[in-house]
Design a protein around this ligand. Structure first.
Ligand code: FSX
Length: 331
């Protein structure tokens, strides 16, 4: 007798996929805190249940799938052999190049490591998405002992990066939907979809006018400074591309700067190592960076232009800002 509860998550996914022609997805995880998948589960529009039941056929995602070990390997084989339309491969977490880490399990007596599994599964994938900053550029684990790198480092095929620590659920779902509908997404220099990462946080920051006025928060306990620009408290929004100011988080309830926390710069390749300590003023941003991302019309561009070119860089900007601070602090 047929018993629904005897079916695994992947069996149900395959059945639904055949019935309503949903695009198949395999999602693998590397070195991470798990935040990227949980951010994905927090999607509100569409909700995660709509995504799982109506939008995607998720064949494997460790937090959802009960299959492990040899059963999990079977899903990959089955997906490759039985699914006529090619699958989408999503990977969160970084890939340790040091072979001792991220063992996926044993197959025919041989231990399989994530790096080999990703290479294998990526071969026939229709598109590959690196979900989160760890998967995109190495992220926080890059500072550790495992020689962690982003997915692109180990593949010859193009990888679409969806950085963020974690990435906004809309960035993940929106990129997938765009791929389904249009077949491609336009990417920036760091292989991020322009749809979500084309402007600096600084450009639309609600505290931007305070920045322009030279009002920089220096004392967390000074209530007079409570809405002031957080640049000197380590805000990386000036060098970070994302649409967080407009999109907000948790169904647009809040986001870092609205919660009075500096932008950590988590969508950038230099996060975390080169952007730490988080609460310290940003340094070492070369002039070509600003030129490349085309911030020629805002005050940074003006300051840089005024500085007369490469060589003065962020140190000059900092000097100018400190001077402005000194003057405005007297107000
Ligand atoms: Fe990294 Fe994601 Fe940050 Fe965490 O999977 S991007 S540490 S939110 O979980 O990989």
């Amino acid at each position: 007798m047929f018993c629904f509860s005897e079916l695994s998550f992947s069996d149900i996914a395959l059945a639904l996929e055949k019935a309503i022609k949903k695009p198949p997805v395999i999602w693998l995880s590397g070195q991470s805190c798990g935040g990227c998948t949980f951010s994905f589960f927090n999607s509100t529009n569409p909700s995660i249940s709509e995504i799982i039941l109506d939008l995607l056929s998720i064949r494997f995602l460790s937090q959802l799938t009960s299959d492990a070990g040899e059963d999990a390997f079977k899903i990959f084989t089955q997906t490759r052999e039985k699914v006529k339309e090619k699958y989408y491969l999503l990977i969160d977490g970084s890939i340790p190049l040091n072979g001792k880490y991220c063992s996926f399990g044993e197959l025919n007596g041989r231990e399989i490591f994530l790096i080999d599994l990703v290479k294998e599964v990526a071969r026939e994938a229709k598109a590959i998405l690196a979900v989160g900053t760890c998967a995109s550029y190495g992220g926080i684990p890059k500072s550790g002992p495992t020689r962690a790198e982003g997915v692109q480092e180990i593949l010859d095929k193009k990888v679409i990066n969806i950085p963020g620590c974690p990435p906004h659920p809309d960035w993940i779902v929106g990129t997938l939907v765009n791929l389904f509908l249009v077949g491609s997404v336009e990417l920036d220099f760091y292989q991020r979809p322009k749809l979500f990462y084309s402007s600096l946080v600084h450009q639309s920051c609600p505290r931007r006018s305070l920045f322009e006025e030279g009002k920089f928060l220096t004392d967390w306990n000074n209530s007079r400074q409570k809405d002031w620009c957080l640049l000197l408290k380590g805000c990386k929004g000036i060098a970070t591309s994302s649409d967080c100011p407009a999109r907000g988080w948790n169904d647009n309830l809040n986001w870092c700067i609205k919660a009075n926390a500096p932008c950590a710069g988590c969508t950038e390749p230099r996060f975390y190592k080169d952007f730490s300590p988080l609460y310290e003023e940003i340094s070492g941003i070369p002039i070509p960076f600003f030129k490349r991302i085309g911030v020629s019309t805002d005050s940074i561009g003006e300051v840089v232009a005024g500085a007369g070119g490469v060589g003065l860089g962020i140190h000059f900007i900092r000097r100018v800002l400190k001077k402005r601070l000194k003057n405005k602090g007297k107000r």
